[in-house]
Design a protein around this ligand. Sequence first.
Ligand SMILES: Cc1ncc(COP(=O)(O)O)c(C=O)c1O
Length: 371
Amino acid sequence: MKNLLNNVEEVLLMGPGPSCVAGPVYDALGVYTLGHLDPYFIKIMDEIKVLLRKLMKTNNRLTIPVSGTGSAGMEACFVNLIEPGDEVLILINGVFGTRMKDVATRLGAEVDTLEFEWGKPVEPAKVEEKLKGKTYKIVAVVHAETSTGVRNPVKNIGKLLEGKDSLFLVDTVTSLGGINVDMDGWGVDAMYSGTQKCLSCPPGLSPVSFSERALEVIMNRKTKVPNWYLDMSMIVNYWEGNKRAYHHTAPINMLYALYQALLLIIEEGMDSVFNRHLENHTKLVKGLENMGLEMLVEPRYRLPMLNSVKIPAGTDDGDVRSRLRNEHKIEIGAGLGPLAGKIWRIGLMGHTAREENVERFLKALKEVLKR
Ligand SMILES: Cc1ncc(COP(=O)(O)O)c(C=O)c1O
C-alpha cells in the first residue's frame, strides 16, 4: 500500500517553528506507550514538572504541559484567569499580542491595548503612563514576538507591576529554552510556552505555569471556567497529589519527547544553550550583513532565535523561499501582516541553532540570490 511517510525528506527547519528535533527526542516518541495512570508514567510526569520549573526559573507548584500547541497554552492562561467584565491590558507589537487580544475579547473581558510599531519593542515608559491610576486584573505581553524578532522588556514591565494587584501574563512560546526566562524573578503570574521552538520537540504541548496568586484567582472564581478541556482546577488533579484522577488521556509519547528534550537542555547546561543561540545568531547576522542584507530590528532588541532580515528590493520573496526549500532543503519563514513581502524570518531555535546550519543556510542563500 502507498505510504506517504516514506517520502518525507529531512528539511532543515530555519523558520519561525517548528524547529529541528534532536535524535534522542525522535527516539523518545517511539518508546512503548504506557497507560496514562501507569505508576512509571506518573514518575515521568513528576520529573517533567521539576525540569520545567528549572527552565522557567520558578517554584510554582502548578507548572505542567497543557495538551495542545502554544495557542492552547495562551487560551489556558486567559480562560482560567478571566471572568466576564474583567479589565485586561494587552501590550501589542506583533501577531501574537494581537492574538492575545482576540482570545481575551472572546472571553468577555474589557480589553484595553497599548500598541507599538511592529519591529520595535514595547516601551516601559508608555506602559507606566498607561498604568497610572488604573489597576487591570491582567497585564499581558509576549516576551519573544516571533512575527518580528523583537525581544520585549518583560523584566522592566514586571517591575512596573510590583506591589500592584494586577496579574502579569507572559507568552514565552519562542523564548523558553533559547534565552533566559526568569518567571519568579520577573514577577510573572501566568506563563505559557510551546514545544516546537527552542525546546526542539515536535509541536503538540504547551508548558504553562501559574503563581500561587494566580492559582488563588482560579480557585476563587465566581463562574466556572468556560472551557472544560483547559480548566486548571480539574487538570491539576491529574498532575498532582497521591491519587491521580483521569481528566483526559494524556499524549503519552509527546510527553516522553518533552521529557527527553528537557533533559538534553539541562545536560548541556541552560547558560551554554543560551550562549549557543547567541553565538549562532551573531554568526548569522554577520553573514547576512556581509551579503549586503539589512536586519529589521535594532541590535539591542534582537532575538537570537528569530532573525528578521529585509528582503532586498527587486527580489521575489516566494521564489527565494521555494528555491531554498526545493533545491537546498531549507525552510525559512515569510513576513506576516504589515511585514508580509518585506522580511524573511530566519529561525535559530533549539537544535537548529548550530554552526553547520548557519553556514549551510548562508551558502544556500548566497547561491539563490546570485541567480
Ligand atoms: C510568540 C508565539 N505565541 C504563540 C504562538 C502560538 O503557538 P502555536 O502555533 O503552537 O499554537 C506562537 C507560534 O508561532 C508564537 O510564536
